[in-house]
Design a protein around this ligand. Structure first.
Ligand code: FE2
Ligand code: FE2
Length: 273
């Protein structure tokens, strides 16, 4: 693993006591977020240093042997090698994928779903939070759209809408809804980053849509913080998944749907073609 500023990392999580209370998975997930943010901008790794500019973020591009949009399953970002993956059962379900393949951001998604449930949000919002970033194992660039596409045949139109647009709404604060621009984005995208015109237009359109609050509530629960001592298991959400995800009996990847290849890609990211 590359050297990181341990003090800055621990401070970013709320101090040593908070870190001590975290599960090892939560710690690993937090570290991944931290590395993802700071590897693009080493100058900003310390808490007191400024976030990079867009030009500085772009200058980092030719210093890496991968592109930042690549799915988490395809690259060992901490400098080691990727690992062999455990086999999937026959007729794999969403729960199997969460446990065995789409796991790079599963802890983050489960924490988000837990937050939504604690706030008594509608169950379809809890479910949208539960799946909103799972696609990051397959693709990071444009992840709202990739994620929505991957889930569309199996979930309601409103959940698809929430997944698709949460990524863009992340760039636009909504004080009334309790959502502020994430500090992490200043580091990831650059302190002077302005979303491109197509994303501005998407935001304006979603803002007026009757389902605006669905992706907005996903962003409200889209925490990069991890609660100390709180381990969230997918077991706690099996009932929610059962009510909001139409599991194909043939298994994901084998039902002949237009997105089955996306699930097969997640199942076997080592396929050379
Ligand atoms: Fe996201
Ligand atoms: Fe997220």
């Amino acid at each position: 693993m590359r050297n990181i500023d341990r003090r800055a990392f621990i401070a970013s999580l709320g101090g040593a006591a908070a870190v001590a209370g975290m599960t090892s998975e939560a710690r690993a997930d937090a570290l991944e977020h931290y590395l993802a943010a700071t590897m693009s901008a080493p100058a900003a790794a310390g808490t007191n240093r400024r976030a990079p500019t867009v030009a500085e973020v772009e200058a980092q591009i030719p210093t890496r042997n991968y592109r930042r949009g690549v799915g988490n399953a395809f690259v060992a970002k901490e400098g080691g090698n990727v690992t062999r993956q455990p086999p999937l059962p026959a007729n794999p379900t969403l729960v199997d994928f969460i446990r065995l393949r789409l796991d790079s951001n599963a802890e983050h998604c489960l924490q988000s779903a837990r937050q939504a449930r604690l706030k008594n949000m509608d169950e379809d919002i809890v479910f949208a939070c539960l799946v909103h970033d799972l696609v990051l194992s397959v693709m990071r660039a444009e992840h709202g759209f990739w994620g929505a596409q991957m889930f569309q045949p199996y979930v309601s139109e409103k959940v698809t809408f929430a997944i698709r647009h949460h990524a863009t709404l992340r760039f636009f604060p909504d004080h009334d809804a309790g959502y502020e621009y994430p500090e992490l984005y200043r580091t990831m995208f650059g302190s002077d980053y302005v979303p491109p015109p197509h994303q501005q237009a998407e935001y304006q359109w979603v803002r007026k849509h009757r389902w605006y609050m669905a992706p907005r509530l996903v962003t409200v629960n889209d925490l990069y913080a991890f609660e100390p001592g709180v381990a969230v298991s997918v077991d706690d959400f099996v009932d929610v998944i059962g009510r909001h995800f139409r599991q194909p009996k043939e298994g994901l990847g084998f039902d002949g749907s237009p997105v089955a290849h996306m699930w097969r890609t997640a199942a076997n990211p080592d396929a050379p073609l």
